[in-house]
Design a protein. Structure first.
Length: 364
């Protein structure tokens, strides 16, 4: 009996010493301009967004948690693009079916369709079993999802989400949209810390649109968040990529700062707005120590060929295709993709501690 107990105890100790791992993937703005809505509409009046994701889906399938910025409402018809976005529910279905499992919802378009629009958006994504945070129907929803706690392979993550504003639209009670208010953020981080997460992640909608470098407010806010104990900061809103940094603090702990992921998909075709970047982080926990083991990024580009009289939207893994070559059916994308890569890589030269993808990420 004593030998059995000793063996059992040893097995438990060894299990605790084995490193636990989780892979996180973050991508940028899911936009829904009128051109995208028209492209998704089928002959029978239904909508299908799945073709947009067919080339990028393997990247989504390489991670345990896949987080995107939902910068539209799912408010129901009439479906409209800018400036008051409302996309068909089929958009969310396509992302869920492609492997996305977490949507951050606090951004300047969260309240484009007012109270009913925001509440319906949350009903739809909750009904599709997405994790979410950033906007909340009421105080109960807020308490349950701010922070949103996720546990993957024994690693506990607390995820928070904030926006600088809602385009001047007043948020009506009992709805809550997390704004960038430092006193409130500090309280939320304390609440997250009380739940004993291994890491705290903040996704934040900030910065100047179309600016290739962070502004002073972004830099100051990032330092504030790190001082409060945040481990990973993921930015959005500029609609273009901005630099990212993986650095070590005074305790040799790696922290991640991504100023802007840019557009994931949109109808914007001006310089730098026609693509974005995906960031993939490998998290490892060994004993009581959790760290960012590895960090890579993949530049993406939106290819918009006209096929059968209709403009289509395909998100391409541009970094990967620049190494492997484009599939034959995408040969028309070469010039535009190369142009985007050249510009985006110019911005990425300002990165520290994170490398562009070398080979395709393995499926999980």
């Amino acid at each position: 009996m004593r030998k059995f107990c000793t063996t059992l105890l040893l097995a438990i100790v060894m299990q605790n010493l084995v490193a636990q791992q989780a892979t996180l993937l973050f991508f940028g703005d899911i936009m829904g301009h009128s051109g995208q809505i028209n492209s998704a509409q089928q002959a029978d009046g239904s909508y299908d967004y799945e073709p947009t994701l067919k080339y990028i889906e393997p990247a989504f399938r390489s991670a345990d948690i896949v987080v995107g910025n939902l910068e539209v409402t799912l408010a129901g018809p009439p479906y409209t693009g800018y400036p008051a976005f409302s996309s068909p529910d089929a958009l969310a279905y396509a992302y869920k079916n492609a492997g996305v499992n977490f949507l951050v919802t606090a951004n300047n378009h969260s309240y484009d369709r007012g109270q009913k629009g925001m509440e319906r958006t949350l009903d739809v994504i909750e009904g599709m079993y997405f994790n979410y945070t950033g906007t909340f129907k009421d105080s109960t929803d807020f308490r349950e999802n701010n922070p949103r706690m996720i546990e993957i392979n024994g690693i506990r993550l607390a995820i928070l989400n904030y926006t600088y504003g809602t385009n001047g639209i007043v948020v009506r009670q009992p709805n809550i949209v997390n704004h960038i208010v430092r006193e409130e953020i500090a309280d939320h981080i304390l609440a997250a810390q009380s739940q004993k997460p291994d890491m705290i992640i903040v996704c934040i909608h900030w910065g100047d649109e179309y600016a290739l470098q962070p502004n002073a407010a972004q830099r100051s806010t990032a330092e504030f968040l790190f001082d409060q104990g945040v481990d990973i900061i993921i930015g959005s809103h500029p609609h273009v990529v901005q630099p990212m940094h993986v650095t070590e603090d005074e305790n040799d702990k790696r922290r991640v700062l991504v100023y802007s992921l840019g557009n994931f998909v949109s109808n914007q075709r001006n310089e730098y707005t026609d693509g974005g970047v995906i960031v993939r982080l490998e998290i490892e926990k060994e004993g009581c120590t959790t760290k960012v083991k590895d960090a890579e990024y993949m530049l993406t580009w939106v290819y918009t060929p006209v096929e059968n009289g209709k403009k289509n939207y395909y998100v391409l893994p541009a970094s990967l295709y620049s190494k492997t070559g484009l599939p034959e059916q995408l040969s028309g994308a070469q010039s535009g993709m190369d142009s985007y890569l050249s510009k985006a890589r110019g911005v990425m030269k300002n990165n520290t501690g994170i490398q562009e993808i070398i080979e395709e990420w393995p499926l999980r």
